[in-house]
Design a protein around this ligand. Structure first.
Ligand code: MG
Length: 295
């Protein structure tokens, strides 16, 4: 949920506002415990929504369910009322972006239809810390072309996560994502990026989904990142709808989004937005997917 500060003067002003002095905050062990707790909670919400997505359900229903789960667990839906400078407050607990919508889609009462794809992005704040995650799901049966878009987007996410290592650089993450997406011929959205995360949803650094290995900020233990590739079936170009939030592809082709919050530890990246179950055993097929993506 963040605009790229490299693009446009106004936007770069915005980013200074988001990122303050642009200091990257390394989390203490105590902070990391809280990041783990909120990460697990938002992952539970994500998985509950995954189970609800089917033809006939509306994004408003998904939004209400997500908001209730977040509040029942004692957390605050971070997106509601989120208001970057000069923007209108975001009105929903989740971003629900259907088909050619890339991010920041508004929930509506329109039922999802067989063949749609839906990107659900969500965040909550618990005990002062934020967890942020997103996924793109098929609604019923979808085309092979869309299945591949979703799969490659998830592979990009995990390749980026793998590069989130102590003494690496933010550009390593960006370049891993870009190379994989381009290998498959997808447009990589440049106008929105991943980000540092902690007490605030958007902290430094920005983590673009394109870039060069060995460039940008050095990665240190305790950094927490939200990595979130957005891949388009067509070109990377975006436009924003009249509601001032919903971002769509300029060419009207579909887009997919995947996001995890992670902590950089001396032993490697630790994905925080996994459920208790998912932490016990990686989802079936995941290891194969990574191996395939790396090949
Ligand atoms: Mg995010």
């Amino acid at each position: 949920m963040i605009r790229n500060s490299v693009i446009g003067g106004v936007i770069s002003g915005l980013s200074r506002l988001f990122f303050g002095k642009r200091m990257i905050i390394a989390k203490s062990q105590k902070d990391l415990e809280k990041m783990r707790a909120v990460g697990e909670l938002i992952a539970e919400v994500r998985e509950a929504l995954r189970g609800m997505v089917k033809p006939g359900i509306s994004t408003l229903e998904l939004n209400s369910a997500a908001e209730k789960m977040m509040r029942d667990a004692g957390s605050i839906p971070t997106f509601i009322g989120y208001k970057p400078h000069g923007m209108v407050p975001f009105p929903f607990a989740i971003c629900a972006s259907v088909n050619d919508q890339i991010v920041h889609g508004f929930s509506t009462d329109r039922p999802l239809a067989e063949g749609d794809i839906i990107s659900l992005d969500m965040a909550c704040t618990l005990d002062g810390f934020v967890g942020d995650t997103a996924m793109t799901l098929p609604v019923g049966e979808i085309t092979d072309e869309l299945k591949r878009l979703i799969k490659v987007t998830e592979e990009c996410l995990h390749l980026g996560i793998e590069r989130s290592r102590v003494n690496g650089r933010v550009g390593d993450i960006s370049s891993a994502i870009q190379q994989h997406a381009e290998k498959h011929g997808y447009g990589i959205v440049r106008d929105y990026t991943g980000h540092g995360i902690g007490r605030k949803m958007h902290e430094a650094p920005q983590i673009p989904n394109y870039g060069r290995e060995g460039t940008k900020e050095k990665i240190r233990a305790g950094y927490c990142f939200a990595i979130e590739p957005m891949l388009n079936l067509g070109t990377a170009e975006t436009k924003t709808l009249e509601d001032k939030w919903t971002v769509v592809t300029k060419d009207g082709k579909a887009s997919a989004h995947a996001e995890h919050t992670l902590a950089v530890t001396p032993d490697g990246p630790e994905i925080l937005t996994l459920t208790k179950e998912q932490k016990k055993e990686p989802p079936a097929g995941q290891a194969e997917t990574f191996a395939e993506a790396r090949a």
